[in-house]
Design a protein around this ligand. Structure first.
Ligand SMILES: [Zn+2]
Length: 394
């Protein structure tokens, strides 16, 4: 995958900032590239998030409106109950296990925030390969191609997302958002704003757990509900990328994400530690973050950077805004993760981030009104999704 990515990057232009409101897709590198496995419209994941078919009269609720948040797990519970997830997801997991596509790695336990495997299980062995222990599973993404900074933000949408999105929009800078599914219930307007900016919407789980501490079924529920709410809020788009909270994945979890949902696992190679700015007491300072980021950004461009950054608080957003000119001044090429992958495609069922959904066009075509304004028509991508006041934070 990385070799392919590097091969394809010369075809990319980071100047080709995409705009959902524009119908000009001529910049899409994807049109010049062969399809990959991820583009298969017949991937089984397509059947996991169909909210019925056009013949059933299915529409997508307007994001944030009455009824839009119905049917999802309540609150962010400590643990999702997998028994309440759709039977299709369980069946897809069972199928993957039967195919022996999911390694039989023991579930870790959460010891004060760190995953601990049973005695005798080596987290760095190829069989386990825990990302927390810096073991890199083949196919997972840790590095950006030389000269690139892949820009992404975890834990949104939040109240602080507005500041970030306004800055990104003013700078024509597309990024990737790793969304906490349950956060969308409280901040639908920020989600819609990011989507309409043309950003990649990716999955970060529903309750933000250490994923290797979760059973196979719990892993499916965490990813499935997050994909479901993104899907139902973007006119049927199925995210291609996910990032494990705390970077905690292993061979089992990565395989479930890939085999059940077709997800590509993204980690990072630099941690800004911006997440700890609002800890009590704070784990770092804006000055310390700026200092370490400046050090990376004035250093080697090989490999490129994938920095861990958050839209968790105004402070974490401010740390990115402070570093942005340093990225520019040091001639880094800045890209969303979908752009880094060489084809600007952040969804499994669309050829590019701005392209129409494939495999679901019948649903989008079938209904006007709410369906069209929530997800855009099939001819115009997301378009003019309105952002009603919706749920308030309590
Ligand atoms: Zn996170």
């Amino acid at each position: 995958m990385l070799a392919l990515t590097v091969l394809l990057l010369p075809l990319l232009s980071t100047a080709s900032v995409h705009n959902h409101r524009s119908h000009d897709h001529s910049h899409d590198a994807a049109k010049r590239l062969p399809n990959t496995w991820y583009h298969r419209s017949d991937h089984p994941v397509n059947s996991l998030f169909k909210r019925g078919a056009a013949t059933d009269g299915v529409t997508y609720a307007v994001v944030g409106a009455d009824g839009w948040a119905a049917g999802y797990p309540a609150g962010p519970p400590a643990t999702l109950d997998p028994s309440s997830m759709p039977a299709e997801w369980t069946a897809a997991l069972n199928d993957a296990v039967a195919r022996k596509a999911i390694p039989d790695v023991p579930v870790s336990t959460n010891a004060n925030g760190s995953p601990v495997y049973p005695t005798g299980v080596d987290p760095n062995s190829p069989e386990v390969c825990s990302a927390t222990f810096k073991c890199r599973i083949a196919g997972d993404i840790w590095d950006a191609p030389d000269g690139y900074v892949g820009i992404s933000f975890d834990d949104g949408p939040t109240d602080a997302s507005d500041t970030l999105l306004d800055f990104l929009s003013a700078n024509n800078q597309p990024v990737t958002h790793f969304i906490i599914g349950s956060n969308m219930i409280w901040n639908p307007a920020q989600f819609t704003k990011a989507f309409n900016n043309g950003d990649d919407m990716a999955a970060h789980t529903w309750t933000h757990p250490l994923m290797t501490t979760k059973t196979n079924a719990e892993v499916v529920a965490e990813l499935g509900w997050t994909i479901e709410i993104i899907h139902n809020s973007t006119g049927g788009r199925i995210p291609k990328f996910w990032r494990p909270p705390y970077g905690d994945s292993d061979a089992r979890v990565t395989a479930i994400a890939r085999e059940v949902f077709g997800l590509q696992t993204i980690i990072w190679n630099q941690d800004t530690e911006d997440w700890s700015l609002t800890n009590t007491p704070p784990g770092t300072t804006p000055q310390a973050i700026n200092s370490s980021m400046t050090q990376w950004l004035t250093g080697s461009k090989s490999p490129g950077l994938i920095a861990l950054e958050h839209e968790l608080s105004e402070q974490s957003v401010a740390s990115f805004i402070a570093a942005y000119p340093v990225m520019k001044q040091n001639n880094w090429k800045l890209a969303s993760l979908a752009q880094l992958m060489g084809n600007n495609a952040s969804y499994l069922n669309a050829a590019s981030s701005t392209a129409d959904v494939i495999g679901f066009s019948n649903i989008l075509d079938a209904k006007g009104g709410a369906a069209a304004s929530a997800g855009g028509s099939s001819s115009s991508a997301p378009g003019s999704a309105s952002a009603p006041a919706g749920a308030s934070k309590t």
